[in-house]
Design a protein. Sequence first.
Length: 251
Amino acid sequence: MASSLPLKAFLLLVCLSVLLPQLSVSASTNTNLNHHQVHGLEIDKISNALSDKGYIAMSIILHHTLSSLLSSENTTAFTVFCPPDKAVFAPKYPQPPLTLIKYHIVPSILDRESLESSLSNESKIDTLVPGHPLVVTTTPHSHNVSINDVKVTDWDIYNDGRVIVHGVEDFFDPPSETLLYPWYDSNNNKGIETTVSSNSGSATSWVKDMVMEILFIMLAVVAFAGAVLSLGRFYRKNRQYSDYGHISTEV
């Protein structure tokens, strides 16, 4: 049986082929930005540290998006939570939209001690998505810190005093914060009833944005796959015709 490595590499290329065009649009107003020196941060070192720990997909994604995501922020201190490759290639978020990546970046320093000792259960953690925080869900007496019910699995993958990168077991699920902690969500001033409208069935703008980005990505992936299949058929037909011509010449 063939190794799954080529398949994973192909999926990663598909992921980037969809993600990078979004980045080029979002970064069009920052054409003079040096992506290695945003806020003086060493983005190459952050990317390399993730790669060395096996977070290949997030290493590549952050290398190409982090400068754009942080360029408009006034703070110079950040904490980034990174899911593993298996989460990136899972059916739920096969190609994570930029809004979801921003939801995993906190504009402040959160070291291990802070998350284990200082922040109690249901503490709010602001993210780069305004009005949509993370929530600490570590249960009392638990030895595993969790955020949005996702465990932190790797501490200090990178830490230079201004940026800390931790590994988590999966993507943080945005709807869980909106549904379970509506009082923290800026779009839910009236509580959980505003999460889904009883008349129109529409979600909050936060969920709408996520749905629209994911739909765009799915359409792009389908188009990409269709192009690959079409090229494959064209190649096979040309080869078949060339074989027929060879036989006719011999006869």
